[in-house]
Ligand binder design. Structure first.
Ligand code: PMP
Length: 389
């Protein structure tokens, strides 16, 4: 092994990009043959028509690069869905970029719109990729803490976090890991701050169809004055259970799209071509009740896992959407959340993620996050094992 020299060494941000606890737990889970509730992989079945169309596209030779912003029928289908579901009118030619997942959308948008040193507000508990995406482009995440169990927004705390360097706010509703669905009032309060201080909002709406107890999705860009400053980010990873496909998108005002598109092209070239065709067929051909049934199906899964956690003495913070639950694991032995996650895996065969993965230093030590985007059998087994614990 050679050693680093003063000329050849890792970048300054490299030490910040530690292997995520989520992946580490998945590796450990595989080693012991456990049930992986750590990673948000959503291993439920995908719609058959989406698979069939993608396979046909491969056989038909649609295997070349596409336009960086995606094939026209997909942009048109997304525009239609944005109008009917989100209530947002977007031009399929100038206001949409198909990206390699929501992850690629945020990365390309960040490269286009943020400078090193820019501060971006992040609500805690946050999704680790949001924080690391900012760090990787030398932007500065500024944490505004939401408090358990209902993770209510403290508007004063948000205002207090704004400085002359603040450039943007990241909102994720429904939220990973808390399952919080921001109310219309909370969304409006965030919009008011963005308007007053002239900020961008990156609105990650990837769980928009996973809503419980009759909640409704609010798309930030539809609030008055927000369309020109909101980058709406979503994708099909979760909705169609195709996390490995890497098809997502963003919509934004046409003034930002060309530059975001330049970075999208530079880093990713395009989202996988044949898979884009598969997603078109899902968006165009699946009946309306496909989407409604996602909420019903996942609400049942939520109720099942929350009941099991409660019985096991690990009080859950009841999620309002998405497919994760944070539970208080004070009763599980271990000094840190990471130790508790490993002890629970060893004792029950259920892998969860240490809460610390979603908090800045010091938070989340008594929490574990369980992903309930699982097939019925796996969920039954996990719940049984947790109850026995
Ligand atoms: N945003 C959030 C909040 C997520 O939880 C995830 C998946 N864990 C993503 C984005 C990633 O989505 P994609 O697969 O479309 O990149």
């Amino acid at each position: 092994m050679t050693t680093a020299t003063s000329q050849r060494r890792l970048s300054q941000i490299a030490p910040l990009m530690i292997q995520s606890e989520i992946r580490a737990m998945s590796v450990e889970c595989e080693r012991v043959g456990g049930i992986n509730m750590a990673q948000g992989v959503c291993d439920t079945d995908m719609p058959g028509i989406v698979a069939d169309t993608a396979i046909q596209a491969i056989r038909d030779g649609r295997n070349t690069y596409t336009r960086q912003d995606g094939i026209a029928p997909l942009r048109q289908a997304i525009a239609k869905k944005m109008a009917s579901y989100n209530g947002l009118q977007v031009d399929p030619d100038t206001e949409i970029i198909v990206s390699t997942g929501a992850t690629g959308a945020l990365y390309a948008a960040g490269l286009a719109l943020l400078n090193p040193g820019d501060e971006v507000i992040l609500f805690e508990p946050y999704y680790g990729y949001h924080s690391n995406t900012l760090l990787s482009m030398r932007a500065v995440p500024v944490i505004v803490t939401l408090t358990a169990p209902d993770w209510k927004l403290d508007v004063d705390a948000l205002r207090a976090a704004i400085t002359p360097k603040t450039r943007a706010i990241i909102v994720n509703s429904p939220s990973n890991p808390s399952g919080k669905v921001y109310s219309l009032e909370e969304m409006q309060a965030i919009a008011d701050v963005a308007l007053e201080f002239d900020l961008f909002v990156f609105s990650d709406e990837i769980y928009e169809y996973f809503l419980f107890d009759n909640r409704r999705h609010v798309t930030m860009a539809t609030l008055p004055g927000m369309a020109e400053r909101t980058i709406t980010i979503s994708g099909l990873s979760k909705t169609f259970s195709i996390t490995g496909w890497r098809v997502g998108y963003l919509t934004a005002s046409s003034q930002w799209i060309p530059t975001i598109g330049y970075f999208n092209d530079l880093v990713y070239v395009c989202s996988p071509g044949p898979l884009q065709y598969g997603v078109v067929s899902g968006l165009v051909d699946l009946p309306e009740n496909f989407y409604a049934s996602l909420s019903t199906e996942y609400q049942q899964k939520r109720d099942q896992i929350c009941a099991a956690l409660t019985d096991a003495g690990m009080t859950p913070s009841i999620p309002q959407g998405a497919y994760y639950v944070l539970a208080d694991v004070s009763r599980v032995p271990g000094k840190t959340a990471s130790e508790k996650a490993r002890k629970l895996l060893a004792a029950t065969g259920v892998a969860a993620v240490a809460g610390t993965a979603f908090f800045a230093k010091g938070g989340g030590e008594n929490l574990l996050r369980f992903c309930f985007g699982k097939k019925p059998d796996a969920l039954d087994q996990a719940c049984e094992a947790l109850r026995r614990y």
